[in-house]
Design a protein around this ligand. Sequence first.
Ligand code: 5GP
Length: 361
Amino acid sequence: EEWCKTIPKIELHAHLNGSIRDSTLLELARGLGEKGTIVFSDVEKVILKNDRSLVEVFKLFDLIHLITTDHESVSRITKEVVEDFAAENVVYLELRTTPKRNDSKAMSKESYMQAVVEGLRAVNNVDVDFACKLDAEATGNSHYDNGRYSGAERKKIYVRLLLSIDRRESTEAAMETVKLALQMKHLGVVGIDLSGNPVIGEWKTFLPALKFAKEQGLSITLHSGEVPNAEEVHAMLDFLPGRIGHACYFEEDHWRKLKSSKIPVEICLTSNIRTETIPSLDVHHFADLYSSEHPITLCTDDTGVFSTSLSHEYNLAASAFGLAKKEMYRLARNAVNFIFAGSQVKEELEEMFALASKELE
Ligand code: 5GP
């Protein structure tokens, strides 16, 4: 496990509100309990419960949102999530979150996202590169010297944002999220995610917004095949998103289409096992995709909700699929190719990995 912690890693599938520290969630819940908004002891039980079906996971998210959806908490959890990923040597994080409107807190989707950005700015134990290069230089935040990483004592993490469309939302609400993403490109928003309870909503509801996002140059990732829905999986693959997440309930013709399209898959092992979308690791599609050299990347999904970390996911894959250190390192490095940030960031990450591989020798 230690070794998996030391290698540089890239996280491409992490939901903000699924990645909250238990201690923070309990602290925020206790605060609401004292105000009488919730009954703390009931909520504590739900938060500390470990095994959850997919249905229960979405009930938990409703509870988490009740606890976290005010500006101050959103900034705090963002800061902590970035710090936690940086602490285990994640060098590039694509953090996704659903912009939320909460009238009781005078919160709009836009002000929610401003709170997220505040959280990024508040990180102080690691350098965060989240906006365009010019911004980083203007704030004296750049530790690059002639393109070479010069601050060995100071860690650096690139953070880019994906705005999630929740499957409960209407076409109009989805479109609002896409427009917000376009407005926030200069703050590191690189794409759009479609997530939320997979038994709710229809592909055709989200398609206009996703199409528009794609036309406007945003990258797209879709939660695909979390429940059996053959038609939707076909439609999603035909859309040619930049990446997909999960791919659990895929059938023969889906695999064929996926492999010929070369769409990278975000693999979340612990999440799949915990939600029972895959019965056990020995039948997980990681093995087949890995051996057929299909583009894949290991991700956490929800470190808080599933009590995991990216290092743990790497360790799990190494032991479950018998991969050596060298292969794990290659897997980590390969993810550079699937990030939604531009070529400059890719080059800088390549350098980081090259440097780390020298140190590993
Ligand atoms: P947020 O977007 O509020 O920061 O993060 C939590 C949200 O991410 C959930 O309400 C849900 O919409 C989405 N999410 C988190 N984990 C999963 C998952 O495993 N599957 C799907 N489909 N959505 C998820």
